[in-house]
Design a protein around this ligand. Structure first.
Ligand code: ACO
Length: 448
């Protein structure tokens, strides 16, 4: 006879129609369980009461790579991957990219509302105030080889900042948290620019706090002997918009790393180093660099069909970089905006010859059954690299640019995790399939 093991109060709620439930029958025992559904989800812990025998561990949910597991409740970024929608705190990304600066959007992500003029002034001052790096950081960065990848330098240097700000480990103190958020958003462009200058053998250029966030970054990168670097306003604005598009993207690989590392209550610099390391991989933020390598390898428009054929026959081993997304099964809305910016940038810089190949690749892929069936569309990284290259960035800097913009997203998600009473140290379960207990023999007794 099937039984219901759900507690009485929950059952009463179900009967009164207040809550949705999932009713499941365990065919091993014949027992039926009612599992509450809330916000379109069931709680994994509710499955633990489903046992064959009383001393069983209970059912676990198996979800490698978190294909269908929500690890948190969040109020920051909304994505509808099927419809190609992205919103920060409720605002469509298209509107933010059209009318806001990156720092306004960073404020929005952090505080949940767009700033008033006074709030924006104060916020800009707070960020500007923290753009300098401790002089010892420079010595540390000098130790890297001349051809060190700037992303490697960034990961190491941002982690090393925790040694300069030991108070940052007081993560329960809201004021200290806020100060580290200001420092990280402010110092990432400086670290990034210094990493670039190091790789070029150029002297480090110090921040100019009278400039905007992106103008100052461009100045630290490209200033030579002039007393003030005047960035081209079209390029500075394009970079600002690219930063807006990359500022947050809910629970992606690097953000999950940030939350996971932060959940052990480590300091935010160490956690950002881990998040940036996750971003570095070619399946995530490293894809923008990989796209350029791929386009250069294709070499000409005429060779696109052969390349697409190779990708299809590679059966997953060779991928079309900058295509596909875990969440978007439609055109990535960020890619659409980037494509528009590309035209404005190329008016200033001249066309990047790789653009022609990229457009042809997109055209052929979007008409091809392989990509249509798998819902593979260009993602944010497909066109961003072509713009960065036209603006004068070497490919090794592309993921660094992504990391600068994503720092605010990491910090906001980190703070939301810390303040969420339901969160604890992140610690997934496993299904153990290794050997059962067996006897160990000392070395001299083991047969050859
Ligand atoms: N080129 C060719 N085939 C692809 C691609 C691609 N870019 N992406 C996915 N596929 C195929 C897979 O081979 C698989 O085919 P199958 O069903 O025949 O086995 C199917 O599409 C589903 O792919 P998955 O790997 O299961 O999709 P997943 O959600 O795990 O991967 C990812 C998403 C990593 C982004 C993937 O699409 C990819 O590798 N893209 C290229 C790298 C890239 O551009 N990354 C940047 C993502 S955006 C960002 O992180 C900022």
């Amino acid at each position: 006879m099937p039984t219901t093991t759900q507690p009485r109060s929950e059952r009463a709620l179900v009967e009164s129609g207040v809550k949705d439930v999932l009713r499941v029958t365990d065919e091993r025992t014949g027992r039926t369980y009612e599992i509450p559904i809330q916000d379109g989800a069931v709680r994994a812990m509710d499955f633990r009461k489903i046992k064959e025998k009383d001393d069983d561990f209970g059912l676990m949910l198996y979800d490698p790579a978190f294909l269908n597991t929500a690890s948190c409740k969040s109020r920051i970024t909304f994505i509808d991957g099927d419809k190609g929608i992205l919103r920060y705190r409720g605002y469509p990304i298209e509107q933010l990219a059209e009318s806001c600066t990156f720092l306004e959007v960073a404020y929005l992500l952090l505080y949940g509302e767009l700033p008033t003029a006074d709030e924006y002034k104060e916020w800009t001052h707070n960020i500007t105030f923290h753009t300098m790096l401790h002089e010892s950081t420079k010595k540390f960065m000098d130790g890297f080889n001349y051809d060190a990848h700037p992303m490697g330098i960034l990961v190491a240097t941002v982690g090393a900042l925790s040694t300069f700000y030991p108070e940052a480990r007081n993560i329960q103190d809201p004021e200290i948290r806020k100060q580290q958020i200001h420092r990280l958003v402010a110092k990432m462009p400086t670290i990034a620019a210094f990493a670039y200058r190091h790789s070029r053998g150029l002297p480090y250029a110090y921040p100019d706090n009278d400039l905007s966030y992106t103008e100052n970054f461009l100045s630290m990168l490209f200033r030579m002997t002039e007393s003030r670097y005047a960035a081209n306003p079209v390029l500075a604005r394009a970079l600002d918009v690219l930063f807006i598009l990359h500022a947050d993207h809910e629970q992606n690989c690097s953000t999950s790393a940030m939350r996971g590392i932060g959940s052990s209550h480590t300091d935010p610099y160490s956690a950002v180093a881990g998040a940036a390391a996750a971003l570095y991989g070619p399946l995530h933020g490293g894809a923008n660099e990989a796209v350029l390598t791929m386009l250069a390898e294709i070499g000409s428009k005429g060779r696109v069909p052969a390349f697409v054929k190779d990708v299809k026959e590679g059966k997953g081993e060779k991928r079309l970089m900058g295509f596909g997304h875990r969440v978007y099964k439609n055109y990535d809305p960020r890619a659409r905006i980037i494509k528009k910016i590309a035209d404005e940038v190329f008016e200033v810089t001249g066309k990047n010859p790789l653009l022609e190949i990229a457009i042809e690749l997109e055209r052929i892929a979007l008409e091809d059954d392989y990509f249509i069936k798998r819902k593979l569309y260009p993602n944010v990284d497909f066109y961003s690299g072509i713009i960065y290259q036209a603006m004068g960035f070497p490919t090794s800097m592309f993921t660094v640019l992504f990391a600068i913009a994503r720092t605010i997203g990491w910090m906001v998600q980190w703070e939301e995790m810390l303040l969420d009473p339901e969160q604890k140290i992140a610690r997934p379960r496993q299904i153990y399939l290794g050997p059962r207990e067996r006897a160990m023999f000392p070395l001299e007794k083991r047969d050859a």
